[in-house]
Structure formats: C-alpha cells, structure tokens
Design a protein around this ligand. Sequence first.
Ligand code: CP
Length: 324
Amino acid sequence: MLGQQDFDLVLELAERFRAIPSRGPRRLPALQGRLVATLFFEPSTRTRSSFELAARRLSADVASFAPASSALVKGESLLDTALTYAAMGAELLVVRHSGSGIPAALAQDLAAMGHKVAVLNAGDGLHSHPSQALLDLFTLARHFAPRQPTIQALAGRTVAIVGDILHSRVARSNLWALSAAGATIHLCGPSSLLPGCFADFLAAMPPGCDRDPVPRRGEIRLFRNLDDALTDVDAIITLRLQKERAQRHLIPNLEDYHRAYGITHGRMERCRAGAPVLHPGPVNRDVELSSQLLADPQRCLVNRQVSHGIPVRMALLYLLATTL
Ligand code: CP
C-alpha cells in the first residue's frame, strides 16, 4: 500500500514515460537484460498486454505464461510454476489469480526460500487491483491537471463509484487510492451489490499494512439512488456488472439494472460541468454505460485509461526493478 509521496512518485514517472513520443524509437534501456514473467491464472486483455508492452518499452525480456497450455494442466502447482520462471532468471513476476491474497502469499513463499524475485499483483480475487487504481488515478489527475498530474489534483474532489462494488477488486483499490488523494467517494449500487458495511471500509487497515501510511483520508458516502449519488460529482467510475449476478438474482434483470444504475449522457447532467466517466473494462454496452456515451471521448475516458495503463505499469516495473 502506498503513502501519498509514493502515489506522486508513480504518477510523476508515468507522466515522463507517457511523454515519450509515440512514433520512432521508444525503448528505454532501464530493464535491459532483465526478465519479466506475466503469470495470469485468470483471463485478461488490458492488464496482461499493457504489462508486457510496458516491460518491452523498458527493454526487458518477457515470458508470457498461458495456463491452458502450460504444465498447470499436468498438476504443477502455482509455487512450482513461479519457481520455474525464477530458475529461468525472471526477477519480476506479474501475477493475476482468482484467489484473494495469492500474489502476496507467493511473494512471501519466494522470499522465505531466498529468491530475489518481486511479485506484482495484477488483480487477486475480490481483494485488489492496484495497477488499475493507479492508472485510474493518473487518468483523473491528467483530466483535472493536464500540466501537472499529481494526486493533489484530486484533493477536495468528489468521485462516484457506481455498480457492483461487492465483487469488485477495482473498487476496493480505488477506495484506498482516491481516499489517499483526499477525494470524497460516493458509492452507489443496490444493497445486493453494495452492502452497508462499505461505509466503514476505510476503518480497516490498507492491504499489506500494520498502520495506515496516509494521515488523513477522504470520506465515503453510500447512496442507493443514482441521481443523488451523481449530484455535483467531479467524476464517475462505473464498474463491470458480472452478468452471472443476474442469474443469481442479485439484480432483477439487465434492462432494469441499466434503468436504475446505467450511466448515460442524461444521467450525467447531475454531475459538475465536464465531469468524465471511467470504466476499467471490459464494458457491457448498454448495461453499465450507454453505447452513445462510450463513443464520446469528451465525456468517456475508457480509451485513455487503456493507453495510460502502459506508462503507469512502466513506472511500477521500473520502481520495483530498482529495489531488487
Ligand atoms: N481492467 C482489467 O483488469 O481488464 P482485463 O481483465 O482485460 O485485464
């Protein structure tokens, strides 16, 4: 978990990496001769590809693990898989897993065995998705302060997070990141997807911490009604509705869900002028976001989030590699 200075260091580095011209030679020598392995035990498009592009832009070698065609199907364990990549020289393991806490447990096991390998969490269960929250923070900071995108750009702002908060690791990581930046957070969803206990979310300790490195955090407010939640907010982050939730009767049906919690141009009229909407992707069109809004780059920053994933993940790989 990051303190405010750490957030700013990541954002400052990401801004430098982002500013490298998108045409011509783009590779920096920072990780030349280093091996990054991406171990994704769950599907991914954005996170995996942007970590791999980020590693290559820093001149690292990349080993990409595909579970379905790996020795995992012969029964090899997660730890033995990681040890195999470590034996090939991987120093940075980017790990996504459906189990909450797996990347942290793997890092502990590898350290206990004496391996100098850093593990980067690329999304674990319902627990956290730190690099997504950092790229969301970077996208918002660049939106509010394009010349100087620091976390101070978020202080005193209000951000609504809408939808399936209960099952969202992106929401949990964003609660820690946005509150550290001093933003007020409006959480909005039906009680089946947003239990009342989320009002006290920040009373727990941040992941991996025995004390909170942030002295004063922004506050959380809970809403059931979307129009109330969006009134005077500076930005919205809406979340993917996992469609199987409808089958489990956590929502009535997708049409009703869209009517109650879908973000459209009309619903955004409640927000402050020019407020943008973000979504981590993949998007269910016309469920959590209207197709019309998705095609409007002035209000919808989804594509910008995706492109910011590369410089933010370059910053993370660079910072971790320099600690080894
Ligand atoms: N936002 C996100 O984690 O997307 P992917 O599942 O495509 O990586």
